[in-house]
Design a binder for this molecule. Structure first.
Ligand SMILES: Cc1cc2nc3c(=O)[nH]c(=O)nc-3n(C[C@H](O)[C@H](O)[C@H](O)COP(=O)(O)OP(=O)(O)OC[C@H]3O[C@@H](n4cnc5c(N)ncnc54)[C@H](O)[C@@H]3O)c2cc1C
Length: 465
């Protein structure tokens, strides 16, 4: 067991997961956070957005209920014509759930013997963290290792400034107490697509402003095409190749001006323009920590920065902005520093999900990499429309795609587009992580009828004699 002093700056998944590992390995651990344990992941980003999406999912399932023979009646027995969301209640639930989750995590840390300090931390050399407390008091903590896990914040532009009322970052949407009559979402990356899809399912007219040819430019093109088709079919106005120049507000009207001179008007606008790392004025460069372009902290695969004893994890490194990756980088940092067995971060094993309707889950090598010749792989794509469970549930959109190495048949990646694809991708993740072959994946029993039957079926189609 160690008696090393570890100071962690930032209490998101990168920070708090590292704290658990360091405490378990016997270190004396202090975690410093400005906004609350759980970080943006729990308080403003991941947890709140997925809680909102849970309500949106119920709404879209209800909409599809008639096809399955369920009708809604009002109290006089007449057919009900619409269902409506109570956004104030939804938002209150979102905020309460996030606050409870944050309190749970803090309690677990305290139980593990971690000291939790509220305040702003910065480096005064690689072995010293200065903490500016909320009351203005300053403390200096000596450390044998420091982990920087300060996360990132929504990017805004001088010409598109959020006002917190009608022009909103994703952190501000849960303060809405009225339902937008016309919502514009600027940005069609993962965050923009998730909010656009969620509010559409909540019954709100949505325009999605996308500077690229299609939504989700970073994802599997066939998956993105399915999603765009579903969104437009459900009534979303998707403006492709439309670059936002400015967002302004005049009373109740928000105007998004595009670079081609066109204008779109709505009642509210959500800006989803990406993130900037929280690395300014932290004393990083002065302490020998090299920052990359855009201010991200340079790290290697065991989370080391260029300064001895200083590690970094999560969004502030810009490696792959996911809570799961932040958490793993944080754990790896502590395993490495405290001398435990450690496997360097392998991004080819990360599974991720876009929580739209349908969801898009991916793991391992992508179609883009195969097309670009970065890896040789055989590909099979199986539409879900032939799956018996999908038919029973009225699901028509989506597919399962698997990539395996020619010759060995080892599964190297996959894509699932389906309701709850986030749950369906797991067998593919296990196959990728454990280098299973398509035959091994195919030979495991699946429940009949089940959506996961399509994963086994796709694997069977990759069998070569
Ligand atoms: C809308 C949205 C939805 C998302 N959904 C998902 C999802 O479903 N799944 C997923 O895996 N990822 C999701 N992500 C990404 C995920 O939220 C981030 O990758 C994750 O929060 C990164 O964790 P982190 O520990 O690096 O930083 P954060 O969670 O940002 O935590 C950093 C903490 O450090 C604090 N801090 C900053 N500076 C200082 C300082 N100087 N001193 C002390 N404390 C400081 C901050 O206040 C914050 O509390 C989503 C992101 C967004 C924007």
């Amino acid at each position: 067991m160690s008696s090393e002093r570890v100071v962690i700056v930032g209490g998101g998944p990168g920070g708090y997961e590292a704290a658990h590992v360091a405490a378990q390995l016997g270190a004396e651990v202090t975690i410093v956070d400005t906004d609350g344990i759980g970080g943006s992941a729990v308080l403003t980003d991941c947890v709140p957005s997925k809680t909102l999406i849970a309500t949106a999912e119920v709404m879209s399932e209800l909409e599809g209920a008639a096809e399955l023979g369920v009708n809604f009646m009002d109290h006089e027995g007449d057919a009900a014509t619409s269902i409506r969301v109570d956004l104030e209640r939804v938002n209150a639930r979102v905020k309460q759930l996030a606050a409870d989750q944050s309190a749970d995590i803090e309690q677990r840390l305290t139980r593990d013997g971690v000291s939790v300090l509220k305040g702003r931390g910065s480096l005064a050399g690689p072995d010293r963290v200065v903490v500016q407390g909320a009351d203005g008091a300053e403390r200096v903590l000596r450390a044998d290792a420091v982990l920087i896990a300060t996360g990132a914040a929504p990017r805004t532009l001088p010409s598109a400034q959020p006002d917190g009322e009608r022009i909103l970052t994703w952190e501000q949407v849960y303060d809405l107490d009225e339902v937008p009559t016309d919502l514009i979402v600027v940005g069609s990356g993962v965050t923009g697509a998730e909010f656009a899809s969620a509010y559409l399912n909540l019954g709100i007219p949505v325009t999605l402003v996308s500077s690229r040819d299609r939504v989700l430019p970073g994802e599997d093109a066939e998956a993105a095409a399915v999603l765009e088709e579903v969104l437009t079919r459900r009534g979303m106005n998707v403006l492709s190749r439309s670059r936002m120049e400015s967002v302004t507000r005049d009373g109740d009207v928000v105007t998004v001006r595009l670079t081609d001179g066109k204008e779109v008007q709505g009642s509210h606008c959500i800006l989803a323009l990406g993130s900037v790392p929280n690395t300014a004025e932290l004393g990083l460069e002065e302490s020998g920590v090299i920052l990359a372009d855009g201010g991200f902290v340079n790290v290697d695969r065991v989370s080391r920065t260029s300064a001895r004893g200083v590690y970094a994890a999560g969004d502030c490194t810009g490696i792959l902005m996911l809570a799961s990756v932040a958490a793993m980088q944080g754990r790896i940092a502590m395993w490495h520093f405290l001398g435990d067995a450690v496997t360097p971060l392998d991004l080819k094993k990360v599974s991720s999900n876009v929580f739209t309707a349908p969801e898009i889950a991916t793991v391992g090598w992508s179609q883009n990499a195969v097309d670009a010749g970065e890896i040789q792989a055989e590909v099979v794509m199986l539409p879900l429309s032939g799956n018996p469970r999908a038919k029973m549930q009225g699901v028509r959109d989506g597919f399962v795609k698997l990539f395996c190495r020619p010759g060995t048949g080892i599964v190297v990646g996959g894509v699932v587009v389906a309701p709850r694809a986030s749950e369906l991708i797991h067998p593919v993740s296990v196959a990728v992580a454990e280098s299973l072959t398509a035959d091994q994946l195919a030979h495991a029993f699946t429940v009949y009828p089940s959506m996961s039957g399509s994963i086994a079926e796709a694997a069977r189609r990759l069998h070569r004699v």
